[in-house]
Design a protein around this ligand. Sequence first.
Ligand code: ITT
Length: 210
Amino acid sequence: MPRALVLATGNPGKLAELLRGLEPLSREGIIELLTPSSFPSVPFPPETGSSYRENATAKAQWWACRTGRLALADDSGLEVAWLAGAPGVHSDSWAGPGASSMDKNRRLLEALHGAADRRAVFRCCLALAWPDGRLCHFEGACEGTITERARGRNGFGYDPLFQVLAPGRTLAELDPEDKDRLSHRGRALGALRRLLESEPEAIEGTRGCG
Ligand code: ITT
């Protein structure tokens, strides 16, 4: 019987990427993927941490405790050099409560109006939490620049404004598979996948991660 894993996110864009990234493990029978919609009585947790790792840990532990299953949470953000690393861990909320992706992107373009330096990095921390309290983390980063205008229709969030260094295209201009290969989340998922493919027993928490 594969071990059930709850993908603990309320962000549909992230959820799609987590499902894509872990589908090979599900196909190999290592895990069974569940989403929050299987647990309608579990509310989403507040986010109060001051680092990606702290927030990812809190979200994963919240879902592991309340569902009794293994839970994977993602905390991520965009760090912009000209803004001294902002919005960073506040990437979701910095344009105010209820702001849409379009509002957030507009605010980012305004903040960078006339900026001499448009370098930025996306960071992702994944936390895997067991109901018995065991925990491990996987991290990924993706370097790029913030464009002068939105380009592309794929992905979500800041993707239309984030141009990846190597292909010179925004994440929203890439096919999903190419975003997965290059992105902060894709890299963190790659580390998790490699661990579980090489040591499937790590899912039981006995070895291989800490
Ligand atoms: P959960 O906490 O429920 O997972 P969230 O959207 O609140 O969803 P975060 O607190 O980690 O997640 O917020 C990170 C924000 O950073 C997210 O809402 C996006 O605006 C942005 N972001 C993160 N990863 C991104 C990506 O791959 N592409 C574009 N924007 C991204």
